[in-house]
Structure formats: structure tokens, C-alpha cells
Ligand binder design. Structure first.
Ligand SMILES: NC(=O)c1ccc[n+]([C@@H]2O[C@H](COP(=O)([O-])OP(=O)(O)OC[C@H]3O[C@@H](n4cnc5c(N)ncnc54)[C@H](O)[C@@H]3O)[C@@H](O)[C@H]2O)c1
Length: 450
């Protein structure tokens, strides 16, 4: 295996660092620290290539598997749509070796030569695939959102820990230095005491109703729908667009929310905990028979440490916004403290003053887990058996924040949450606790992977 991309020589480092600083605002002192850390990383040996399989061969799964194929041999691919499986098999054919095609992931999991899986299925299948992979001794790179429900997350964390598996959740922003810098500065009091966080997510879609269509040849629609209530195939409720349908997902709250809530939790130091109160409002009526997840929304949360957080779609504005000019809520995370603020997004970090970013953190400052290559970090963890940067519990806790928001929106009531017991408490607890799990359509309940 080649040394990881981040192990670069000094001269190239200096040039690269200057370019990164110019393009993204990440200061030189932060990049120097990174280089020192990277130099300690151990390159893998040339024979150190595990066998892997891709489950869910859509856009993201194939992208992830392309990254993973630098580190491992793709022995199998699996999809409930034969055409997706076939094109993935073509894509990952190497030196005449064609990955074996499966249409049922349970068969693939029987193989001992597959050491890890890449899970690129839609959200409502993540847990089933991951739980069986963990039980059959495979490590897992799984796409976010980690789960469909909070109950799934609790079960999955236990299964992964009981079976001592490595799980990297595909919240790749954790391996992006902009986000780590923002969180590290916030955690070290650079903006004074953190008071408020604003999470900006895309606006959802208000469209429909949509007509029923014939199921395309080669797509097993019953299997695709899986645990969700059966619905007719409409094209727009399948590949790529499944995320706007409540049976399969939670809309933008769980899609982009998986990424930015994760960062907010990291910066707040609550990555293995969660908020204690959540008040979610869906602000736009949806069209009957159309997309089912919130388009415009506002979720107000509070943490036990007193920090508050507002999650907004980009067309909904808070009077506490420090970016967006009062007209939009930009996609990203705003950390607002007593002495300043930081805004971080993909490829962009800004602060209330230049100095706030430029001044190095002192020795002894809190240093966060460093990874600059999300997939590389997964394979390093497979070797070291140490947790990767976005382990299963972090992934579960990050997506719990989004699930809590969705639950409060769908109940149209504020709810209180105990992050220690992972139960709702207070006024609407009895009703809210019914939302921790969903009914699973047979045969796609947990017995499917027993
Ligand atoms: N990390 C990121 O930035 C990022 C970006 C895009 C998507 N994603 C995530 O990746 C996942 C896939 O998204 P996508 O856009 O590639 O969707 P997609 O619809 O293009 O692909 C999903 C694939 O899974 C297949 N599938 C469905 N049920 C299956 C099952 N039971 N077994 C095997 N295959 C099954 C589908 O047929 C399809 O080929 C989603 O959970 C999404 O949230 C993450």
C-alpha cells in the first residue's frame, strides 16, 4: 500500500500549506501541527490489503468504494438493483478480477475473506446491513445518517461493541481541517464561553403529488422498501430521492443534519451526549402525496451546559445569525461565544476577528482527534483496532440530535431528553418515547438478520 496522501515532504508541505491558507483561511500554525502528527503515522506494508465488499452501489457507495479501493481489494458488490450492482462490478474490476455480484447482503456476509464492508445503502437499510456485518466479524465504513431511529442506534452501538468491530461513520467533515480547527478553537475558549450554535442546512423540497410508475426491470422494489411501509414505486421515491420520504429517511434534518450537527456536538464537547430540550417546527405545509419531510424548519435546542443551538434551513433566519447578512442562514455551523464567533463550512472558515484564527493555541491546549483522510483513517483503525475519528457511538449521538428534531417537528411539541438514559422525560415523554423506534414491515424486521 502507498503511504497515505497526507505524508508529504517538507518542501511540498510549505507550498501546499501556503495554498491552503490562501484558499480556506486555515492558519499556518495549525498546518504545522498537522505535519508533525502525519510524520508519526505508519505507512502500511504492501501485503496489507484487506478484502472488502460494497453494499449499496449508488452514487455515494461507489464513490466511497473508489476511495477504499486504494487500500483494499473489492471482492464483492451487492445491490437490490441489478443494473447498479453490474455497473459497480465493472467499475471495481481489477486485472481481470471481477467482484462477485450479490442481490442479498446476507449471502455476502457469509464470506470469511471479506474483512470490511462499505455501506452505501439508503438510510433505512443502514442498521440492518451494519448489524449483520458486525455480527459476522466485519469492520464497517458506513454512510451517514447512521440510523433511521434512535432505537436502532442504541442496538447498533451495543452490537458493534460486543463484537469488537471498527466502525467509521461517513461524516467526513471530521477529517476536514477547517472543521477541526473551528472545534478546537471553540473547545479551548478562543471565543470566550460558548453560548450559542447555529446549524445551517439546505431547504427541503415541496413538490408532488407524483404518479405511480412501473417498477424498472432488475429492481427488487419489495426489498428496496424493506422495513418501511409499502408504497408504490414512483421513481422520485427511489434512487437519490429516497431521502425526502419519511419511511426511508428524515429529509434534510438527517441528511445534511448528520454532518453539521456532528460538528456542533464536537465543538460543544457533547459528542457522546446530546441536548436536553428540543423544540422543532416545520414552517411550510407539505403537499399531500408529495415529499414528506420538512422543507423550511427551525429547531431550538438546549444542552445541560447551558449552550443553546438553533438548527435552520437556509431560507429561515435567526436574529442571532453572525453570517448571512440577515437574509439567509448559510450552510455551516456558527459558534457564538462571549468574546467572538467562528463560522465554519466546507472550504470556508471565518471569525469575528482575524487574530482569533491566526494566534496559535498555547501548549497544553485541548487537542482533538486528528484525521485528514476519512477513508485512510478507517483502514488505519482496522490495523490498530483503535476507534476511528467518527466511531459508532459518535455517529449515533450526532444523528440522535437530528432524530430528536424530526420527532419534535412531527409531534409539533417541545420535548425534553435525558442523554444519559436516552429516553424522553417531562411533559410529553410518554408520547415522545413512542417515536424512538418505528414499526418494521415483515419480513424486514430484526428477524431478517437473525
Ligand atoms: N457522506 C456524504 O457526504 C454523503 C453524500 C451523499 C450520500 N450519502 C449517503 O449515502 C447513502 C446512499 O446515498 P446515495 O445518494 O448514493 O443513494 P443512491 O440511491 O444513489 O444509492 C443507494 C443504493 O443502495 C441500493 N440499495 C437499496 N436497498 C438496498 C439493500 N437492502 N441492499 C443493497 N443495496 C440496496 C439502491 O438500489 C441504490 O443503488 C445515503 O445514506 C446518503 O445519506 C452521504
Amino acid at each position: 500500500m502507498k503511504p497515505h496522501a497526507f505524508q508529504i515532504n517538507r518542501r511540498r508541505f510549505v507550498k501546499t500549506a501556503a495554498a491552503i491558507t490562501a484558499a480556506t483561511g486555515v492558519p499556518g500554525w495549525f498546518l504545522e501541527l498537522e505535519e508533525a502528527h502525519a510524520a508519526e503515522s505508519r505507512p502500511a506494508g504492501p501485503n496489507d490489503r484487506p478484502g472488502i465488499a460494497l453494499v449499496g452501489c449508488g452514487g455515494q457507495g461507489r464513490g466511497d468504494c473508489g476511495g477504499a479501493s486504494q487500500f483494499a481489494d473489492v471482492l464483492a458488490v451487492c445491490d437490490v438493483d441489478q443494473s447498479h450492482a453490474e455497473s459497480a462490478a465493472r467499475q471495481f474490476t481489477r486485472d481481470g478480477r471481477v467482484p462477485k455480484i450479490y442481490n442479498d447482503f446476507r449471502k455476502l456476509m457469509e464470506r470469511d475473506d471479506i474483512h470490511a464492508i462499505i455501506n452505501g445503502t439508503p438510510d433505512h437499510w443502514h442498521t440492518f446491513v451494519n448489524m449483520l456485518a458486525a455480527r459476522t466479524g466485519k469492520d464497517i465504513y458506513t454512510e451517514k445518517p447512521l440510523t433511521l431511529t434512535i432505537d436502532e442506534g442504541k442496538r447498533l452501538v451495543k452490537t458493534v461493541r460486543d463484537n469488537k468491530r471498527i466502525v467509521q461513520v461517513g461524516s467526513q467533515q471530521r477529517s476536514d481541517r477547517n472543521f477541526r480547527l473551528a472545534c478546537e478553537l471553540t473547545r479551548n475558549g478562543r471565543i470566550g464561553t460558548l453560548k450559542h450554535m447555529i446549524v445551517g442546512l439546505p431547504t427541503g423540497l415541496v413538490e408532488g403529488p407524483f404518479p405511480e410508475l412501473p417498477v424498472p426491470a432488475g429492481l427488487n422494489w419489495d426489498y428496496y422498501v424493506g422495513q418501511a411501509p409499502m408504497v408504490p414505486y414512483k421513481g422520485v421515491n427511489c434512487h437519490g430521492n429516497f431521502r425526502w420520504w419519511y419511511g426511508f429517511s428524515g429529509g434534510q434534518m438527517t441528511d445534511w443534519g448528520a454532518h453539521h450537527n456532528d460538528i456542533a456536538q464536537w465543538g460543544n464537547g457533547t459528542e457522546r451526549s446530546g441536548p436536553v430540550s428540543i423544540d422543532g417546527k416545520s414552517l411550510t405545509a407539505l403537499i399531500p402525496g408529495g415529499y414528506e419531510t420538512a422543507a423550511n424548519y427551525r429547531i431550538d435546542c438546549k444542552y445541560a451546559n447551558g449552550v443553546t443551538m438553533t438548527i435552520l434551513d437556509e431560507h429561515t433566519v435567526s436574529d442571532q445569525n453572525v453570517v448571512g447578512g440577515g437574509k439567509t442562514t448559510p450552510n455551516g455551523v456558527q459558534f457564538i461565544g462571549t468574546d467572538g464567533w467562528i463560522f465554519v463550512a466546507r472550504g470556508n472558515i471565518q471569525a469575528s476577528s482575524e487574530e482569533l484564527l491566526r494566534k496559535p493555541l498555547p501548549e497544553g491546549a485541548v487537542r482533538l482527534y486528528q484525521s485528514n483522510h476519512h477513508m485512510g483513517n478507517f483502514f488505519e483503525s482496522m490495523r490498530s483496532r483503535k476507534d476511528p475519528i467518527c466511531d459508532v457511538e459518535i455517529g449515533h449521538r450526532s444523528i440522535t440530535v437530528a432524530h430528536l428534531g424530526v420527532i419534535s417537528m412531527r409531534m409539533n411539541k417541545p420535548v425534553q431528553w435525558n442523554p444519559d438514559t436516552e429516553q424522553f422525560v417531562g411533559t410529553h415523554a410518554r408520547e415522545a418515547n413512542q417515536w424512538l423506534a418505528r414499526d418494521q414491515r415483515k419480513p424486514y424486521d430484526y428477524s431478517f438478520i437473525a
